[in-house]
Design a protein around this ligand. Structure first.
Ligand SMILES: Nc1nc(=O)c2c([nH]1)NC[C@@H]1CN(c3ccc(C(=O)N[C@@H](CCC(=O)O)C(=O)O)cc3)C=[N+]21
Length: 284
């Protein structure tokens, strides 16, 4: 058997087209959705992501600005920038690129962002709303994965879903979104005993560990849908996921590639979250 390769670029393009239409509708009411991305330091990977986000905004008709701060910026100076953006009516979404330099307390920075402008969905208030089943802003990567499942017509209700990796950014919100959609969810972490025994039960397997190729074909249930969140740069410069693609393809029913899978969806959902933050300004 050979897995169907899920085209995250195509799914994200369709979402971005829909965003562009809704941006056009808002424009008639005199509102242009605005995203502010704050980048502290010169991490080259972060620079690439930030450029991609800005380009995607421009293409969909959103306004975006990037605020670049030196890597030795103090936490208080960054908090001042965030507070200023909170008070800026032209800014509907604020994203502080992670990871932050060591002198910064990321939680404190995230908790300073106004929850309604927290388009990453990382603020404790958005995390709490998601946990209690009335989400406001959903984290972009898990939200994008739900859109992939929808686009693949995957039956989530009643399915066995296994999430590997329990981060606040991907694993935990992913588990909550799958649970809300009716899946039976197992959330694995780095201490999980016999990981393969867990992953082999999964109809839906989401892997977000940051460990290149750790999930191999023998750990996958035949016919499963496999979602690879990993983006690992190899020595040869190429990207690889957290799933060993070649062996996984022989067992899975469908699989997301890296690149071209989850990554583009994250950006598309960032646009959706920013658009919806702007739409909420009209409705209240
Ligand atoms: N506050 C915050 N929010 C984030 O959402 C956030 C962050 N910090 N820090 C870094 C990670 C990483 N991230 C990616 C987004 C898109 C791609 C993406 O579009 N990837 C393409 C190509 C990537 C390439 O070629 O380098 C793909 O997978 O096809 C990747 C990674 C968002 N992040």
């Amino acid at each position: 058997m050979n897995a169907r390769i899920i085209d995250g670029k195509a799914i994200s393009a369709a979402i971005k087209t829909e965003v562009a239409q809704r941006v056009h509708t808002l424009a008639r009411q005199g509102i242009t959705p605005g995203l502010a991305v704050v980048l502290v330091g010169e991490d080259p990977a972060s620079q690439v992501y930030v450029r991609n986000k800005a380009a995607a905004c421009e293409k969909a008709g959103l306004h975006s600005k990037v605020i670049r701060l030196a890597s030795d910026t103090s936490e208080e100076a960054l908090l001042d920038v965030v507070r200023e953006l909170n008070n800026d009516a032209s800014v509907h979404g604020i994203l502080v690129q992670l990871p932050l330099p060591a002198q910064m307390n990321s939680s404190k920075v995230i908790e300073t962002i106004a929850p309604a402008k927290d388009v990453d969905g990382f603020h404790i208030s958005n995390a709490g709303l998601l946990m209690t089943g009335r989400p406001l802003v959903r984290p972009c990567t898990p939200y994008g994965i739900m859109k992939i499942l929808e686009s693949e017509n995957t039956v989530v209700r009643g399915a066995e879903a296994v999430v590997v990796g329990a981060s606040n950014i991907v694993g935990k919100p992913m588990a909550l979104l799958l649970l809300a959609a009716g899946a039976t969810v197992t959330l694995c972490n780095s201490k999980t005993r016999d990981l393969g025994a867990q992953t082999r039960r999964a109809d839906i397997l989401v892997v977000a560990t940051g460990r290149p190729r750790m999930i191999t074909g023998d750990m996958i249930k035949p016919g499963a849908i496999v979602i690879d969140v990993g983006i690992n740069r190899q020595a040869d410069g190429k990207l690889t996921g957290d799933v060993e693609f070649e062996s996984a393809c022989k067992v899975a029913g469908a699989i997301t590639p890296v690149p071209g899978g989850v990554g583009p969806m994250t950006i598309a959902m960032l646009l959706v979250n920013t658009l919806e933050a702007a739409e909420r300004c009209v409705h209240i």
